[in-house]
Design a protein around this ligand. Structure first.
Ligand SMILES: Cc1ncc(C[n+]2csc(CCOP(=O)(O)OP(=O)(O)O)c2C)c(N)n1
Ligand SMILES: [Mg+2]
Length: 325
């Protein structure tokens, strides 16, 4: 598994930390207002997986595009979408980034290179191939990074997309967040070979495994993959090993995993460990770390207030932006 090598600047370190704090606090606010009944529908939180989002987005170029999973809030926060507009979207308000029509799983902001995720597992990788083919044909130097989970990696669409992307040398980065569960099912119950990166060889594709709780290791792995794809070598599969501390979705009794397992992963919290790294290596001071967290707290408190204060879409706009053939 790849280990981190980079010596980083204070500015970059604090940016990664800020992205992870903002991601975590975004999720905590969503969790709070969901349980208060002020957010409807469903939502999937990725508390504990923040380094996969922050490190991946940092390793891409700003012009690159992403497609998120059903658990994609952090990926979108890190890609720089305004958290006020994201929060308003989840509260189904008119000021939301998709005017409140998309909600948690369909946040889309093309100006920021964020294509909508969706709830159909395995559907995003083929869509990524279509986007990447367009970029390639237009001669644009843009990579499409598509996130998917270990469970989703078994869907037909995922296999087909990897095969096609390799055969056509498409600029796609397949980013598998391996948190070892698909809902309540452990990876070992549905896969004989749980080493997902082994599959890449079958498609003639490069693969990299990385500790998904180590934000710098993720950044370096993705940067390496980005360079390889950008040089026209075709797609790369990056498998980021992490864990969701939060339950699968709205309700989760956690009956499929032990308290000890969750506690062990809490110890591997990507935010806690990166803070320790920044301090131990003299990259930032305690005060600077505290300031980054305070700023993130305020940004997300403000985002919630913005969402609460925003109006719902009016009924006479209900058919606006609806496409029906
Ligand atoms: C095609 C399809 N089958 C089943 C589901 C129900 N479902 C939603 S999330 C999920 C688990 C996905 O696991 P994984 O891909 O590992 O992502 P994670 O939830 O762990 O982030 C399942 C089975 C679905 N949304 N789409
Ligand atoms: Mg999973």
């Amino acid at each position: 598994m790849k280990k981190k090598e980079t010596v980083i600047s204070k500015e970059f370190g604090l940016k990664l930390l800020s992205d992870m704090h903002r991601s975590r606090k975004f999720e905590e606010q969503v969790q709070k207002y969901f349980s208060l009944g002020m957010i409807h529908g469903t939502t999937h939180l990725g508390i504990g997986e923040e380094a996969t989002a922050a490190g991946t987005v940092a390793g891409l170029e700003e012009r690159d595009e992403i497609i998120t999973t059903h658990r994609g809030h952090s990926q979108i926060v890190c890609k720089g979408v305004d958290v006020n507009l994201m929060m308003a979207e989840i509260f189904a308000k008119e000021t939301g980034v998709c005017k409140g029509r998309g909600g948690s799983m369909h946040i889309c902001d093309q100006a920021k290179g964020v294509w909508s995720g969706n709830g159909i597992l395995g559907s995003a990788p083929p869509i990524a191939c279509g986007i990447a083919l367009t970029r390639k044909k237009k001669g644009e130097d843009k990579v499409t990074a598509v996130f998917f989970g270990d469970g989703s990696s078994n869907e037909g669409g995922c296999h087909e997309a990897m095969n096609l992307a390799a055969a056509w040398n498409l600029p796609v980065m397949f980013v598998c967040i391996n948190n070892t569960y698909g809902m309540s099912t452990h990876i070992s119950k549905v896969m004989k070979n749980t080493n997902i990166s082994d599959r890449a060889a079958g498609y003639g594709m490069k693969a990299i495994d990385v500790d998904g709780n180590d934000v710098l290791a993720v950044y370096e792995a993705v940067k390496e993959a980005r360079k390889y794809i950008g040089e026209g070598n075709g797609p790369v599969l990056v498998v980021e090993h992490s864990y969701r501390i939060s339950g699968h979705s709205k309700s989760d009794g956690n009956l499929y995993r032990t308290k000890e397992e969750i506690a062990a992963w809490r110890e591997k919290c990507p935010i806690k460990n990166f803070k320790a790294y920044l301090l131990e290596n003299g990259i930032a001071t305690e005060e600077e770390l505290a300031q980054v967290e305070a700023d993130a707290t305020k940004a997300l408190d403000d985002a919630v207030q913005f969402a609460i204060d925003s109006p719902y879409p009016s009924l006479d706009t209900v058919l606006d932006d609806v496409y029906a053939d």
